[in-house]
Design a binder for this molecule. Structure first.
Ligand SMILES: Cc1cc2nc3c(=O)[nH]c(=O)nc-3n(C[C@H](O)[C@H](O)[C@H](O)COP(=O)(O)O)c2cc1C
Length: 609
């Protein structure tokens, strides 16, 4: 077996051997990982392998790049012809001539409420929907990324896998479902693929596809963000104690970007880390920050020329919050201190997978600087250490302004995250970047993330019921603005929730002025202003009769915010309303709401925090 990481093959026999195994071929041998090495056009004949990814947040792309590097460095016996992987975003699928492809390695996530990533929708529609298709010449395997906290776990990868089997393609290795970026599962799948790939009969041929031509897109998007000016920043909350919420409203200028959006879309923002947290990492590394390092493969355009100072790399490109288990393994291997080594061995005793509860609870209660401090006598080569850090991903915020009012302005609503860990004050990355570090009139890399499943009804006569406590209100600010601007005659009904009327009633004056001129029916649950806690779902129950009447008249229902508790409780309240008011049993209520979802009358923009 060729190991991409050692964790996947660790059986528990020799902990020492496991820890001392060299990991990731590509990173450890310092192969060039600059981003443009992935858009290859082959001038020599070779055995071609299509690595395709579909991503919303960038993780599938990172995995696909790792897979690409592993396939590219796979030694083949005999013939001498190497494997030539090509990396294609599912967005560019129409450039692919499927009759010419022999091996497809697909890495794809599931997004929204169980739908494909936006850029991969076309591809999924094409593959799942095209009739009279046949893929019996194709060998394939699917790696499905997802999160089991969502009801439709890995749905996209699962349905593509099934479809490819139905199309008579041959499965190289079984699909793996990855829960929350569990790299031990990812690496096991890559190992399994690499194990079988050399034996697959792939004929050697010359390239037919010019990827440069396909990727010459100059528009701004996730990997080529637009540098937007932050024009406005204001607080939406009153803080009297440190327990009180701190929520801000920020506006970004999109003029000159060519970016367009629709109410319901999100703004992707690339943050920078907190300099104090970067300094903590540098101190733990005994580094000055001026050391020159290669930019990682996932940097967005424009990419730096050559090497960059370590401090800049840590500030812009590495996630200093979430610890990769591989980092613990590397530090254990390189420490010169017995106590640290024993502690590392204790953590790694049951391997790197999520089943190793001792390791995962350690990872969840420590950030990168903490782990480096715990292993201060470990000094692995810097490039190796950086290869074990995760990439800093952009964060997505529902746009809180309508393009009908101003197409060149995108507003966002952000709840600022501050907490303490091991007695040290910490900050949420993007929200404190916006609040503490990015000043008005400064530039910030942004792009639009389209969410076609969260849209106003095209018929302006229909009523809309919006349920969005906390920052879940953001897209509804855009919805209401737009409905008012376009003179929609249907009712706009908003269920908002916060703790206190006097402290965190977000957009109070805007909401109250709409209410005054009868553009909005506002219902607010102040959870902590009275002894008994009241939430949006309680107000829905109180208004059952009215809600049912609107549902009967074709109203659209929107839910935005916390997926785990709020969206679940709201769904239960709606189910109860159907049963209580519509005289349905539980099964009928379920079917009724499912049918509403299917015809896009019940839409959710929810996330797990
Ligand atoms: C808003 C949101 C919605 C999501 N919906 C689902 C879902 O319905 N099913 C699922 O399995 N995972 C879901 N996920 C988890 C992602 O699939 C997971 O984080 C994955 O690693 C992202 O990969 P990507 O960065 O390549 O898009 C969701 C994540 C977010 C942020």
């Amino acid at each position: 077996t060729l190991l991409t990481t050692s964790g996947s093959s660790y059986g528990g026999n020799s902990l020492e051997a496991f820890i001392s195994q060299e990991g990731d071929l590509a990173t450890e041998k310092m192969i060039d990982r600059s981003a443009d090495r992935y858009s290859v056009n082959y001038t020599d004949p070779g055995k071609q392998v299509l690595v395709m990814f579909g991503t919303e947040y960038g993780c599938s792309e990172e995995v696909a790049k790792k897979l690409f590097d592993s396939v590219a460095s796979l030694p083949l016996d005999g013939s001498g012809a190497r494997l030539q992987p090509r990396l294609v975003n599912a967005q560019q699928h129409s450039a692919v001539d499927w009759s010419q492809e022999r091996v497809l390695l697909m890495v794809i996530s599931t997004s929204g409420d169980g739908v494909p990533p936006t850029d991969a929708r076309d591809f999924c529609d094409w593959l799942l929907g095209t009739r009279d298709m046949e893929m019996s010449h194709l060998h394939y395997s699917v790696l499905a990324l997802g999160d089991s906290n969502y009801p439709h776990f890995c749905r996209t990868g699962r349905s593509l896998d099934k479809r490819l089997t139905d199309l008579r393609a041959t499965q190289l290795v079984p699909r793996s479902d990855v829960d929350q970026e569990d790299w031990s599962v990812i690496d096991s799948w890559i190992d399994a693929v690499l194990d079988v790939l050399p034996a697959v009969a792939i004929e050697t041929k010359l390239d037919y596809l010019s990827l440069d031509a396909v990727s010459s897109d100059q528009a701004y998007h996730r990997t080529r963000p637009f540098m937007a000016t932050m024009t406005v920043k204001r607080s939406l909350t009153v803080q009297e104690t440190s327990d009180d919420k701190e929520t801000i409203h920020c506006e970004f200028e999109l003029a000159g970007s060519g970016l367009t959006f629709t109410a319901g879309d999100a703004l992707g923002i690339y943050p920078q880390n907190n300099p104090a947290e970067v300094r903590a990492v540098l101190t733990a590394l005994q580094a000055t920050g001026t050391e020159l390092v290669a930019a990682p493969s996932w940097v967005y355009h424009p990419q730096p020329d050559g090497k960059i100072p370590l401090e800049e790399a840590l500030m812009k490109y590495y996630d200093l919050k979430h610890v990769n288990p591989e980092l613990v393994k590397l530090l254990t291997k390189h420490t010169s201190n017995r106590k640290e080594r024993l502690e590392g061995e204790r953590l790694l005793k049951d391997g790197l997978s999520k089943n190793n509860i001792v390791l995962w609870s350690y990872l969840q209660s420590n950030e990168v600087a903490d782990v480096l401090r715990n292993f201060q006598r470990a000094h692995p080569p810097l490039h190796l250490l950086l290869s074990k850090l995760k990439g800093l991903q952009p964060r997505y915020y529902s746009i809180a302004s309508s393009p009908v009012l101003d197409p060149e302005k995108a507003s966002v609503t952000a709840a600022v995250v501050r907490y303490s860990l091991h007695g040290i004050p910490r900050t949420g990355v993007t929200t404190t970047y916006l609040q503490d570090r990015l000043q008005v009139n400064q530039l910030c890399p942004v792009f639009i993330s389209h969410t076609p499943d969260f849209r106003l009804p095209s018929n302006n006569n229909l009523s809309i019921i919006m349920i969005g406590p906390g920052t879940g209100i953001a897209p509804f600010m855009a919805f209401i603005q737009e409905r008012v601007a376009t003179g929609a005659s249907g009712d706009n009904i908003l269920y908002f929730g916060c703790r206190h009327r006097s402290k965190d009633f977000l957009y109070k004056s805007e909401l109250e002025s709409w209410t005054k001129n009868r553009s909005l029916r506002l219902r607010v649950a102040f959870s902590r202003d009275q002894d008994k806690k009241i939430y949006v779902q309680d107000l829905l129950q109180t208004d059952a009769k009215n809600i049912w009447r609107h549902l009967q008249n074709g109203a659209h229902v929107y839910v935005c915010g916390d997926a785990r508790h709020m969206a679940h409780d709201v769904h239960q309240a709606l189910t109860d309303i159907c049963q209580g008011q519509g005289d349905m049993d539980a099964g009928q209520a379920r079917t009724f709401l499912l049918e509403m979802e299917q015809v896009n009358r019940y839409q959710k923009d929810v996330w797990v925090t």
